[in-house]
Design a binder for this molecule. Sequence first.
Ligand code: SF4
Length: 142
Amino acid sequence: MHILVSACLLGLHTRYDGKHNQRDNLIKLGERHVLIPVCPEQLGGLPTPRVPCERVYHQVISKDGADCTAAFELGANEALKVFELCGCEAAILKARSPSCGKGPTYDGSFTGKLTDRPGMFAEKLIKMGIPVYNEDELHLLV
Ligand code: SF4
């Protein structure tokens, strides 16, 4: 199966702070599936490193108060194109990210508080009925 994966989970330095969130059990999953790494925030034109952002209702706001909604929306659409072009059937996305989190994600207060709202890319996939997992749910993948 072709599976789209948050690039940071595969060791790419795409995170807002220029680091990654590599999960070795996910790398191992590449022995059985074709893993396609994607970072919606980079695809939306945001730099790395970048100011962290959180979702505030239908918007995405950076920690310094800038409205980054358009870049996140663009990134979500571009990542969806990769999903379709590569014939992916599922996605494994980084938990709690304002792009990738399938929910919950941080609530916009930048205090570590969570809300049920998913990240913008994850929300798009979920609405389309695409199976979405986070990095702690690999056991659910068949
Ligand atoms: Fe990782 Fe997704 Fe954030 Fe990119 S947007 S750094 S892939 S969680």
